[in-house]
Ligand binder design. Structure first.
Ligand code: SF4
Length: 157
């Protein structure tokens, strides 16, 4: 970095989570005030993964260059452009390191689900022809909470 050029420490926005998977990433916020879900490609996700507020842009660029076997200057240009497009959307950028708890989940080797649906009962007021659980008002089966809670715990992990 040239003399006089300011350092930049990008960081994922407060309260946001980055989920990694095999070919892409998902950034989401479950904050009541934000409610945000955004899919990004793998290279963008690998950049965001390094935006922890402590890693300077130059170091992020070196890591990305090393991963993709790319040259420094064009890679820096792409990363800067990507981060600048996403300021206030996905990232904040500071001139000095900052402390922020970054939440990163998932794994580059596993395409884990982001959503799960649990049928709590077959009891239903309707009789839709397409119903895949064959629900209806005559069905009184309800999920057993003792069995359900361990399943929810496992999903959360
Ligand atoms: S699809 Fe099944 S569960 Fe859903 S409303 Fe229709 S009958 Fe009820």
């Amino acid at each position: 970095m040239k003399n006089g050029e300011n350092k930049q420490f990008p960081v994922l926005k407060e309260g946001y989570t980055l989920q990694r998977s095999t070919t892409k990433g998902r950034v989401y916020s479950l904050l009541e005030s934000v409610r945000y879900f955004y899919e990004v490609n793998e290279s963008a996700a690998r950049i965001l993964e390094k935006c922890d507020g402590k890693t300077e842009l130059k170091e992020i660029t070196n890591k990305i260059c090393s991963h993709y076997n790319e040259e420094y200057k064009p890679t820096l240009k792409i990363i800067k452009s990507y981060l600048n497009e996403n300021i206030d959307i996905l990232v904040d950028i500071f001139p000095q390191p900052i402390e922020r708890n970054i939440h990163i989940t998932g794994n580059w080797g596993i395409n884990a689900p982001t959503q799960a649906a649990i049928e709590l009962t077959y009891n239903c007021n309707f009789f839709c022809k397409h119903c895949y659980i064959e629900g209806g008002s005559g069905r009184e089966e309800y999920a057993d909470s003792k069995k359900l809670i361990p399943v929810l715990d496992e999903l959360a992990d």
